[in-house]
Design a protein around this ligand. Structure first.
Ligand code: 0X9
Ligand code: ZN
Length: 329
């Protein structure tokens, strides 16, 4: 059992925790994995990006069509980290086992994993407050992190930031506080910097909960991006979704309006086909507290597998995407 008495979940800081694991993965797989420190959090933790591609350390970043798999912007959404961590292992294990299809994908694409986009908040959720959402910006500068501190990492991007004052909050105490200015937070700059640099063709920005498969734009209803046929080709429809039991849809229409949001940023500024899967609860009523249960966590991962593989397959030749649900683009 780990620190905090969890069976499956591991904090960032603990020995053998997520930070140690990511570092060990990079160290053990020099041919396949390159570790990049994308930035440092408010409290100085590394925002670690792992690039997976054949000859990772020899080929320049951004030289192959990229996919970005990101998770844990919101501190309490531990299932997002676990699902993404398992996706990372899936690629590495299959590559090491000489799986032909995975070898082909990893020769022709570069897959970026940002497993913990908000490591401070994640650690805080283990140590102090299981339901913490935001980063650890000390909004009132009193030297302590308490209710009312933090910036929402998914409202701080420089894309319609604060638009119309609806879909994010100017109030530091609010759970959707957008921060004092666009990209004011180092966690935002780490992710946005990577997006700017490698211009991912596809992104999965994992969150929880609700079993949605959301896509841009979030900042207003009925925007043209929703009509991009790729979003439906790869994400599917309510009747035939790319993740079993999930409902695909344009995020402002389907869920609620947001602004300064990550996938809006990637879509608009890098041309990324960028999804926000909102994972399930594991058991009804669990909400953000997905059970610490190996079988349930593994099942949630397996649900997402074909969708996530579909993004990598489509990146091999972005002009000829491969729909995991058989809908023509
Ligand atoms: O509000 C969010 O940031 C996401 N939901 S969560 O419960 N995980 O906090 C949803 C973001 C999806 N994007 C839009 N709705 N635009
Ligand atoms: Zn979230």
């Amino acid at each position: 059992q780990a620190q905090g008495g969890y069976n499956v979940y591991r904090s960032w800081d603990e020995p053998g925790g997520i930070r140690d694991e990511l570092n060990a993965i990079a160290q053990r797989n020099p041919q396949l994995v390159k570790r990049v420190v994308l930035g440092r959090s408010v409290q100085g933790r590394e925002i670690i990006g792992l690039k997976l591609t054949q000859g990772a350390r020899d080929v320049p970043d951004g030289s192959r069509p990229a996919v970005l798999y990101s998770s844990l912007q919101h501190a309490r959404e531990w299932i997002s980290l676990e699902v993404n961590r398992r996706m990372l292992h899936h690629f590495i294990d299959a590559w090491r086992a000489n799986d032909k299809e995975i070898r082909r994908l990893l020769k022709n694409t570069e897959l970026w994993f940002v497993i913990a986009a908000n490591p401070d908040g994640y650690q805080f959720a283990f140590d102090h407050e299981r339901l913490w959402r935001k980063n650890l910006r000390d909004n009132n500068g009193d030297g302590q992190i308490t209710v009312g501190d933090g910036v929402d990492p998914n409202r701080n991007f420089n894309e319609h930031w604060g638009y119309d004052n609806e879909g994010s909050s100017p109030d530091p105490a609010d759970e959707t506080y957008r921060g004092p200015s666009p990209a004011s937070e180092p966690e935002t700059r780490a992710l946005a910097g990577l997006i700017d640099r490698v211009r991912p063709r596809f992104q999965s920005n994992l969150h929880s909960f609700g079993e949605w498969l959301l896509y841009p734009q979030g900042w207003q209803v009925g925007t043209p991006d929703a009509d991009n046929p790729l979003y439906v080709a790869l994400g599917g429809t309510d009747a035939n979704p790319a993740i079993r039991g999930f409902n695909p849809g344009q995020s402002a229409d389907t869920l609620y309006v947001t602004n300064g949001e990550t996938t809006d940023y990637a879509d608009t500024n890098a041309g990324t086909i960028a999804y926000t899967p909102e994972l399930g609860e594991g058991v009804p009523g669990a909400g953000f507290v997905f059970p610490d249960d190996e079988a349930l966590i593994q099942a949630e991962f397996e649900k997402t597998l074909s969708f996530h593989l579909g993004l990598a397959r489509s990146a091999v030749d972005p002009d000829d995407p491969v729909s995991p649900v058989g809908i023509n683009a």
